[in-house]
Design a protein around this ligand. Sequence first.
Ligand code: NAD
Length: 553
Amino acid sequence: MPAKSPRGCADEHDAPGRTLGCQEDEMGQVVMDRGAGNVTGSGPGANGHAATKIRSYAPATGELLGEVKVTSADEVKRAVERARRAQEAWGALPVEERCERVLRFRDAIVDRADEIVDLLVRECGKPRHEALLHEVMVAADLATFFAKAAPRVLAPHEVKLHMFKHRRSFIHYKPRGVVAVISPWNYPFQLPLRDAIIALLAGNAVVIKPSEVTPLIAQKAKEVWDSAGLPEDLLQIVPGYGPTGAALIEAQPDFVILTGSVATGRRVAAACGERLIPCVMELGGKAPLIACADADVERTARAIVFGGFSNAGQVCVSVERVYAHREVHDKLVDRVVELTKELRQGDPSAEFVDVGAIIFPHQIDVAEKHIADAVQKGAAVRAGGKRREGPGQFFEPTVIDGCNHQMTVMTEEIFGPIVPFMRVSTEEEALRLANDSHLGLNAYVFSRDRDHATRLAERVEAGSVLVNDVLTNGGTPDTPFGGIKASGFGRAMGEEGLREMCNIKHVSVERVGMGSKDPLWYPYTAQSYGWFRKGLRALFSGGGLLQRIGEIL
Ligand code: NAD
């Protein structure tokens, strides 16, 4: 039986042998640690108590950054009740008014960008550029984009009925009510805010259950919201571990959006299913990159290095496996190895570095296991390959060559700085292997022939496929984002993502008066049946117009 994970659930995150970072503090309260050798905990701690606080440590230095109180199930319930009350007034506002207020939040984010970036750098150990570009800028852009798009996308519109010409149908997008946002630690600012901003613009109230691994940045986001003079109960956060997320679903919100692992996705979707709460699941990825025979080696190599090591590989759309055509394989691997060895890794709060720390230390164990399995089955480590000694949680950017689908590194999510290569003889072989996965979030195709690459992209099984580029669709709010297969269902972002946050309501109105009796209503008579029977053939059989008129006569 797998060991109980520090988050209180046996899942893909399980790390047998790890100890719970659980202890009693000076006040006799149970505290769960994370980082600096300790790991997060959830639910009952080692001594049987429930955790009451989360301590946050800087992954790059081990420094204690602060602690946050865990929200109890009762408090979660009350937060949802307050949100429900706040939503009534918010949902009744014209959408333009909601957009204007959300832009105030955007302005506050931009005004306080430096302090947000500083905290992201310290709590996540991510490079300053990534904190600014991939978190703050993405959130600001998304708010701007959707504030502009919402009045058009959410406007009621008429659907022309093909048959019932005597009636007019209108589609309305109504707020769902209270939206629960459950989020992970890899982009702890932009991911929960992405879902929150879209939900708010659609007229909902939002309760965020942030990751227990990065509790401080969620608090900062809430502080910025409140400082913008926006209704406090409209956007709330309920810090805590997995059980707090479970309590949030038990509090019966009207919609749930989870971004997290496949294992958590199964649990959350089941809990939503039991309560018939509609939900979106944004789960794990195993993005393949197909390097065609005519791929531009320099661009492809640089894309692989950026796509594999950005955020230290802790990205759901990371380049997780490369299928390189034998024409380019050797040159590509050599160049990727060269570029990887040039990367500067270290504490991003002290200097400008390319690659930062591992946010959640368990990912280091996962990386080591993948590498040991691959090497034991014949792969060669060409760059990196090990954890860095000394303070902080670092794993070297790693390139592995000679991989195949017998190795877990090619088939299971890594979520760390490892890029495995497999040589293929044809693009068809690459396509077959790319599609040989239980996951289907993002994928990449590199070729100098754009049309050819596009045709190949259309055959890859994934929610998004980028040609000659990596990662950017995480920052294009214009397009729907989400997975197929075990990567989840539903979409964040794009018009589809905005409408996901709405109940779709159809209002049907008569165009002309039909008198007191409708031909479709009672009584059913032999004569009316005969007419409808003739109508069936007239309306739906092949043949020309004259033949069909003949059927009626
Ligand atoms: P996780 O599944 O461990 O946790 C995600 C969130 O779910 C956390 O807030 C956690 O506390 C909460 N949770 C755990 N158990 C719960 C339960 N029973 N009920 C309710 N909530 C519960 O994931 P993680 O380790 O934080 O994040 C990494 C995973 O997220 C990776 O698999 C990654 O691919 C995925 N991810 C996906 C996307 C995407 O958009 N598809 C984006 C980022 C990360």
